[in-house]
Ligand binder design. Sequence first.
Ligand code: DGY
Length: 323
Amino acid sequence: MSKPRILVTRRWPAAIERILSDRFDTTLNVDDVAMSGEALSEALAEYDAVLPTVSDRLPAAVFDGARPRARILGNFGVGYNHIDTNAAKDRGIVVTNTPGVLTDCTADIAMLLLLTVARRGGEGERQVRSGEWAGWCPTHMIGTKVTGKTVGIIGFGRIGKAFAQRCRFGFGMDVVFYNRSPVDPAEAARYGARQLQTVEDVLALSDFVSVHCPGGAENRHLMNTARLAAMKPGAFLINTARGDVVDETALIAALEEGVIRGAGLDVYAAEPHVADALKAMNNVVLLPHLGSATEETRTAMGMKVLDNVTAFFEGRPPPDRVA
Ligand code: DGY
């Protein structure tokens, strides 16, 4: 029997590419250039499986047209709001993701952003590198103390919990959170956290607010002008979730008007575009979507996709099916 034809839309860790190439009739994107919608559409017609990632856009239009050959989209990433899963489902295409393996590294990046924006790490580094540092003095580059402050978490899934754990047990912070569904208080207590009723309740108490909910229609602009205004004066916003969870225009206005004190961002509304207004502000720390960017995690993500696709073609249920 011939091997399933598989397309990998971007470069992956070499070890995973090797296994994919052994196991399947695999086409790799050796130039690592993001594919257009048209190219993705063609791929759906030509391959049995397409393995996309967050830099690919798969709205309903990409699925339009002839009946696709593809039967599974093995997404490399836990977030899949770049895929119209209803359109995939309508055409009988299974979608899988990679949960669990990027929890710690994403929580670490949220902590990195929180510490960097509070203690002015980005600014300090730029000053040293530019040769502008004039030496220690008692009033130089004063930041905000982190230990003992209150952090508010929006979305208490795996990553929200891992972040809570770091804040509570690493930095002695008071941790409150909002989650759509109730979390057993005993479970919340394991992470040193307590659930509040509304997003506004969390915003009213928090010196740092960190969003950890999925992107997509249900959470689009969850942090909007009103909610940014409901944050404590002098508070900071951290986003490692998805760019569309925060209204970027409202965020820029809130930062410019001093409604909030600063922000740490790893994700943006229209990646890889980052608004010039954000780049111009010293009280904003900007990372290029690094949440899962460690050798260990990217390899584990690739292994998850491999497990999902292998299970699918062996006739077993893929372990991480989302649609
Ligand atoms: C994900 O998995 O959704 C990340 O954002 C990509 O690192």
